[in-house]
Ligand binder design. Structure first.
Ligand SMILES: C[S@@+](CC[C@H](N)C(=O)[O-])C[C@H]1O[C@@H](n2cnc3c(N)ncnc32)[C@H](O)[C@@H]1O
Length: 369
């Protein structure tokens, strides 16, 4: 462990990045809770948690999504290299600036005013365990730092050299349980390949999912891939055939979107639509891209179009429901989720719901709550 505070910014605040926290609240955490309902365990890690706001934001989400958790074994781990930041985290007291992106109702609900500061409710404070450690130097996965359902490591890779980014991404991948998710800052892993991680594109951004068992003993040298080429020289997504079909174009557009090359993805999507104007897939991807740009009105129009072209498009119902929820149109959100549930229930349990890579059975359980 390293006791010295690095001279880097520990800038953080509650619910930093609304899109990512919507993704956690509306999709990832409900899915993980459902997946773990019979085992009754949940393991979440805020790696590079600074003064604790991110780890406590996770604790608040768990409190909202799983209010009855007697008998559950829940670990919410916050780790950082900076001891001073961790001491502040353990105190659980914050100034108003830490709430600049948090809903006032949430602040009122989970904090008590103490002079100039806000003290976190004791039952939320106790949900989080803080540990000191250097993500580069620690030989994890081991001890507490393994078998995670979800790891947030956001705005931390930006401080690492390229080889350290890949090495830490590999260690974090190995510290995930199969099917677990890694969320980073939006473009932090672009150009780096981590073993066993596959990117999943959601409207709110990209997350990485652990898809295959990783050998436990990966020699450190093998973990460190050669430095990634500069962005301009990066290997292109598989070259397109001379006259690509609409489907081929859509696949390529998705790959660009997964790599956060959104403009290119959009351009290829439009080419796909020029070939097959009535295809639902490109409309859906364009809707996701519009959401990523923050153009929710356009996203809604594109999702309506997707559903007009393919009335059984589960993901389009769910994205539209998420948009309605964001706009506080809860009745419409519920109607849309019910429609998705009906479709999902009619599918074989092991059918895969794209693009979430979730089985119909798992999704039906989640939607039926
Ligand atoms: C900008 S803050 C990010 C806080 C939080 N994840 C967020 O996004 O709001 C970066 C944190 O990474 C921590 N950090 C930097 N290098 C680290 C390392 N090698 N191991 C663990 N933590 C590290 C810093 O101490 C700092 O608290």
């Amino acid at each position: 462990m390293n006791d010295t505070a690095p001279r880097i910014s520990g800038e953080t605040y509650f619910f930093r990045d609304h899109g990512q926290f919507d993704l956690l609240r509306l999709r990832l955490l409900p899915l993980l809770i459902e997946r773990r309902r019979s085992a009754r365990t949940l393991r979440l890690w805020s790696a590079g948690c600074a003064s604790g706001e991110e780890a406590y934001s996770l604790a608040m989400l768990v409190d909202m999504l799983l209010p009855e958790r007697d008998g559950w074994d829940i670990l919410i781990l916050g780790s950082d290299i900076n001891q001073t930041a961790l001491e502040k985290a353990r105190r659980g007291r914050y100034g108003q600036w830490s709430f600049r992106m948090a809903a006032p109702t949430l602040q009122q609900h989970y904090f008590r005013r103490k002079g100039d500061e806000w003290a976190l409710e004791e039952h939320i404070r106790r949900m989080v365990t803080f540990r000191a450690g250097d993500l580069i130097g620690e030989p994890f996965p081991n001890g507490e730092w393994q078998d995670m359902d979800l790891i947030l490591c956001r705005n931390v890779f930006i401080y690492f050299a390229a080889d350290a980014v890949t090495a830490v991404a590999n260690k974090l991948a190995a510290a995930l349980s199969e099917g677990g998710y890694l969320m980073t800052g939006h473009t932090e892993l672009i150009g780096h390949r981590a073993q066993g991680l596959q990117s999943r594109l959601f409207a709110e951004g990209v997350v990485y999912q652990r898809v295959a068992p990783i050998p436990t003993e990966i020699p450190l040298v093998a973990r460190i891939a050669p430095p990634p080429p500069a962005v301009a020289q990066r290997a292109p997504c598989a070259p397109l055939p001379a006259t690509p079909s609409g489907e081929e174009l859509l696949t390529t557009a998705r790959k660009f979107a997964d790599r956060a090359e959104y403009d290119r993805a959009e351009q290829i999507c439009r080419q796909a639509l020029a070939i097959a104007p009535l295809a639902a897939g490109p409309h859906f991807l364009l809707a996701q891209l519009a959401q990523l740009r923050g153009d929710f009105e356009r996203a809604g129009e594109l999702l309506d179009k997707t559903l007009y072209l393919d009335p059984r498009h589960v993901a389009a119902y769910l994205e539209q429901a998420a948009l309605c929820e964001r706009a506080e149109n809860l009745p419409r959100a519920q109607t849309l989720r019910r429609a998705a549930l009906e479709i999902v229930r009619a599918l074989p349990g092991d059918a895969v719901i794209e693009p979430y890579e979730t089985s119909a059975a798992e999704m039906a359980q989640w939607l039926a709550q």
